[in-house]
Design a protein around this ligand. Structure first.
Ligand code: NDP
Length: 451
């Protein structure tokens, strides 16, 4: 990076930090993008004159609201709800809803910011948004979750709509929560539209939407591996998380011939030296999605596996790592463990799971490394396909959806290669994804005037 560009990045980040104090995750996400696109911006003076980057980091709208609800014992709880509508240059706002105790404005803004570029990469007409609450469904009864979702939607419904803003799931928001949210939206607005994605198959959902993020991650990883003449076959794979993304990433990696040896949750991880198989996956689906249990219960069913409480899986030797839990779950020391353990490919299923220090280690050691905004875009892409099916009042077969998902992931990979190929022939997927995602949003913003 030349001095002019470096000065641009430093002064830009100083402004962002001053204007958004304490928003650590948001600063981290913005810095990563600005460092990638700064050389592009500084070589196009009109982008600087139009202050495109200054506009992109300012949400178009932030909605913050009170969510009161009553638990089964009659106690009242007050949570905080958020919707960050970041950028609508490419289409209606689109992005998930997260229910987790850690949710705050910084996390919502970082996710909405990332979503803007991710949605651009999918080539589908979707703007970027994210929402959620500091409510955790863990340990809550179905009735408590329903009451919370109804209270949350009672306010959110004013701000969303099939052509305005279309939320989906994320951490803590799966099929059950989308059902309760959709029911309340329909009741209040008296309309049956595709305002939420991730819906049940009987009432407007798309085949393969639950699988899409994890499957898409594996399709993208296959393309990365192919650049080195490699494939999943015979590779040892570490996966973190045990939720929606982790489950289907594990299933697809296994079906592509890999040996998946770990899963985790926020309490610890399980290591199964024999690898997961179809029967073990069914156990995990039931454990997590029906019984809503903890991953440590896996070792009671499969005693060859070991449970490591309060640890992350990254110390286990592997070829490929697919972080699928949460942000900043691979720190510098974890990245060193991965490199020392033989890992040569890290593809992110979660959003921003690697810290900047960890990413630097991956790059220094020549690993294939892809950021979540590229490799986990299959989820939102299939949400986009769900929106299309809802608009047409049609339902595509699983084969049709899968073929489109594969094509979209291959196109995202090609875009990363186009903008991220270095002089030595290696691909910097961070740079490639950020520049490819940015160009479309910036062009659309230029076309649409100062709004
Ligand atoms: P789920 O709620 O289904 O699963 C999340 C998993 O991650 C759980 O196993 C959870 O464990 C674990 N986890 C959550 N927070 C932490 C934490 N602080 N430390 C350790 N483990 C944690 O969510 P998803 O699978 O949907 O989402 C996982 C990641 O993928 C997120 O980063 C999300 O933004 C991203 N993503 C999701 C998409 C989707 O379609 N669902 C699309 C694109 C990205 P526990 O039960 O203990 O909380």
């Amino acid at each position: 990076m030349d001095r002019f560009t470096k000065n641009y990045v430093d002064s830009f980040m100083a402004d962002v930090i001053a204007k958004n104090p304490g928003e650590r995750e948001f600063h981290q996400a913005v810095r990563e993008v600005v460092e990638s696109v700064a050389p592009y911006i500084t070589s196009y003076p009109q982008l600087m004159d139009l202050k495109i980057m200054e506009r992109i980091v300012e949400p178009e709208r932030v909605i913050l609201f009170r969510v009161p609800w009553m638990d089964d014992r009659g106690e009242i709880h007050i949570n905080r709800g958020y919707r960050v509508q970041m950028n609508s240059a490419l289409g209606p706002y689109k992005g998930g809803i997260r229910f987790h105790e850690s949710v705050n404005l910084s996390i919502m803004k970082f996710l909405a910011f990332e979503q803007t570029f991710k949605n651009s990469l999918t080539t589908l007409p979707m703007g970027g948004a994210k929402g959620g609450s500091d409510f955790s469904p863990k340990g809550r009864s179905d009735n408590e979750v329903m009451r919370f979702c109804q209270s949350f939607m009672t306010e959110l419904q004013r701000h969303i709509g099939a052509d305005t803003d279309v939320p989906a799931g994320d951490i803590g928001v799966g099929g059950r929560e989308i059902g309760f949210l959709f029911g309340q939206y329909k009741r209040l607005r008296d309309e049956f539209t595709g305002t939420l994605t991730g819906k049940g198959l009987a009432w407007g959902g798309s085949l393969l939407r639950p699988e899409a993020t994890g499957y898409g991650l594996c399709y993208f990883t296959e393309s990365m591996l192919k650049t080195r003449g490699e494939s999943f076959a015979g590779k040892t794979v570490l996966i973190s998380g045990a939720g929606n993304v982790a489950q289907y990433a594990a299933q697809k990696a296994m079906r592509l011939g890999a040996k998946v040896v770990t899963l985790s949750d926020s309490n610890g991880f399980i290591y199964d030296p024999d690898g997961l198989d179809e029967e073990k996956m069914q156990f995990v689906f039931t454990l997590k999605n029906i019984r809503r249990g903890r991953i440590k219960e896996y070792v009671s069913a499969y005693p060859n596996a070991v449970y490591y409480p309060d640890e992350r899986p990254w110390t286990i030797p592997c070829d490929i790592a697919l972080p699928c839990a949460t942000q900043n779950e691979i720190e510098e020391q974890d990245a060193r463990h991965l490199v020392d353990g033989g890992c040569f490919c890290v593809a992110e299923g979660a959003n921003m799971p690697s810290t900047p220090e960890a990413i630097a280690i991956f790059h220094q050691n020549g690993l294939l490394y892809s950021p979540g905004k590229a490799s986990n875009a299959g989820g939102v892409a299939t949400s986009g396909l769900e929106m299309s099916q809802n608009s047409m009042r049609r339902k595509w077969t699983a084969e049709e959806v899968d073929a489109q998902l594969r094509r979209i992931m291959a196109d995202i990979h090609a875009a990363c290669v186009k903008y991220g190929t270095q002089e030595d022939g290696s691909v910097n997927y961070v740079k490639g994804a950020n520049i490819a995602g940015f160009i479309k949003v910036a062009d659309a913003m230029s076309d649409q005037g100062l709004v």
